[in-house]
Design a protein. Structure first.
Lengths: 108, 113
């Protein structure tokens, strides 16, 4: 089993829709979690860290469920500019473990 | 401007010809790392460094070498490149601890023929 697993998608949603991604993790990659965003052929950029109590940043909400070992990212009121690949990332000791990413395509 | 600079951005070369991809950061970060990104496999860590003269293997170190003689530079060396090292490579840096945001370079696309 991969340490961090994501559904590759693509998720095709209309503008204004709410979309959610899940990511599951194994015990070894369970210190801290993050969501990164990667545009096509570009470098990944941190979107948000994920806290146990859940956290929100504008239209984005991240949640961590340690009992079920999954992380979620909710995007409300999707914009065309949200089209990208979203990478779930876990931290194991001094190493970051990246999921393969979930691709989101927002259409007009 | 704070940045991570990788060179070259693109390289096509042949099997067995030694090459070096340079990575430099101007943010005085302690932590630097190299990743390769392949379709369906995501980003996988090759090597990382916690500080000058301290380097450790990541998950896919075979066929690669690194060095950290200065804090700002972390070159990736392919002594004898092979076609299975054709990939998109990213260098990243951050302050310690490692749960800080990672700053990535623009990427280097290597093709080994």
């Amino acid at each position: 089993r991969k340490e961090v697993e994501q559904d590759p998608g693509p998720f095709n949603v209309p503008e204004g829709a709410t979309v959610a991604f899940n990511c599951t993790y194994s015990n070894s990659a369970s210190q801290s979690f993050f969501w990164y965003r990667q545009d096509c052929r570009k470098e990944p950029k941190l979107l948000m860290s994920v806290y146990s109590s859940g956290n929100e940043d504008g239209r984005f909400t991240a949640q961590l469920n340690r009992a079920s070992q999954y992380i979620s990212l909710l995007i409300r009121d999707s914009k065309l500019s949200d089209s990208a690949t979203y990478l779930c990332v876990g931290l194991r000791t001094d190493k970051l473990i990246f999921g393969t990413g979930t691709r989101l395509q927002v259409f007009p | 401007e704070a940045q991570v600079t990788q060179n070259p951005r693109y390289l096509i070369t042949v099997t067995g010809k030694k090459l070096t991809v340079t990575c430099s950061q101007n943010m005085n970060h302690e932590y630097m790392s190299w990743y390769r990104q392949d379709p369906g496999l995501g980003l996988r860590q090759i090597y990382y460094s916690m500080n000058v003269e301290v380097t450790d293997k990541g998950d896919v170190p075979e066929g690669y070498k690194v060095s950290r003689k200065e804090k700002r530079n972390f070159p990736l060396i392919l002594e004898s490149p092979s076609p299975n090292q054709t990939s998109l490579y990213f260098c990243a840096s951050s302050p310690l601890p490692v749960d800080q945001p990672q700053h990535f370079g623009d990427g280097t696309r290597l093709s080994i023929l």
